[in-house]
Design a protein around this ligand. Structure first.
Ligand SMILES: NC(=O)c1ccc[n+]([C@@H]2O[C@H](COP(=O)([O-])OP(=O)(O)OC[C@H]3O[C@@H](n4cnc5c(N)ncnc54)[C@H](O)[C@@H]3O)[C@@H](O)[C@H]2O)c1
Length: 250
């Protein structure tokens, strides 16, 4: 089950963290992967690890905030592999600032990266999926889209927006054989979170909120993406799959 042989996947923000783990997991299930990240971010490690599974791999620069780069990356992927079956909108930023400290720039940057980028990338790729009557669009949202977390109101706002976009695009595109879902992780130690998780008080706050009493592993998030990308998940649509050890059940 959950094999992805013959599928072509494009993953954003794949240089590191959850994006890298997801690219490797998709490759290990047989997918060909196009890994992307902001220009200047090295994709070499992800590419090497993904290639070890024997499938085809390709790297392309893609700052998701930039419409021209989106179009170029889609063109490169389609020229190389003929189509894109699976889009993983993983690229994201989280620069914590309390409600009193948020600037307009922080607001714009978060929405441009976490919401607008993935939306217009999906809009560019969906026509290829519609043509073939099959597609999987998977966002990495967050538990922060389901509950509030003090100190990051804008990030929480973007992830809540992602969950609503997912619901609505899933409704619109279901008739074309496309599912649109998201995975909502709890805290995982990555570049995005390691500085905060190294503060003992913050780590304690986090662990006390997770009934499983541990952080999630990147591979556990990637496994949820693999499931949503698979044929077996054809009837899972408009859904946000929590991988949070129970945080949001309180
Ligand atoms: N780590 C966690 O605890 C956690 C929890 C819930 C959700 N998430 C979400 O998972 C996703 C991946 O986060 P991560 O923890 O791996 O973080 P990370 O910082 O390790 O990786 C994020 C990647 O996105 C890339 N990126 C940033 N801005 C970009 C842009 N404009 N265009 C293209 N790429 C861009 C970065 O270069 C980086 O490689 C994000 O959407 C994040 O919000 C993370």
């Amino acid at each position: 089950m959950f094999r992805l042989d013959g599928r072509i996947a494009l993953i954003t923000g794949a240089a590191t963290g959850l994006g890298a783990a997801t690219a490797v997991a998709l490759a290990s299930q047989g997918a060909s992967v196009v890994v992307s990240d902001k220009p200047g971010e090295s994709l070499e490690r992800t590419l090497d690890e993904a290639a070890q599974h024997g499938g085809r791999v390709l790297a392309t620069p893609l700052d998701v905030r930039d419409n021209d780069q989106q179009a170029a990356a889609v063109r490169i992927a389609v020229e190389a592999f003929g189509r894109i079956d699976i889009l993983v909108n993983n690229a994201g930023i989280n620069r914590p600032a309390t409600g009193l400290d948020v600037t307009e720039q922080i607001w714009e940057e978060h929405f441009a990266t976490n919401v607008r980028g993935g939306f217009f990338l999906a809009q560019k790729i969906a026509p290829f999926m519609i043509e073939r009557g099959w597609g999987r669009i998977i966002w990495i949202s967050s538990q922060s889209g389901l509950v509030g977390i003090p100190g990051q109101p804008v990030y929480c706002g973007t992830k809540g927006a992602v969950i609503q976009v997912v619901r609505t695009l899933g409704l619109e595109w279901a008739k074309h054989g496309i599912t649109v879902n998201s995975v909502a992780p709890t805290f995982v130690e990555t570049k995005m979170t390691s500085r905060r998780l190294n503060i003992p008080e913050f780590l304690n706050f986090v662990l006390n909120k997770i009934p499983a009493h541990r952080l999630a592993m990147p591979q556990e998030i990637a496994a949820a993406v693999v499931f949503l990308a698979s044929e077996e998940a054809a009837m899972v649509n408009c859904h946000t799959l929590s991988v949070d050890g129970g945080w949001t059940a309180w």
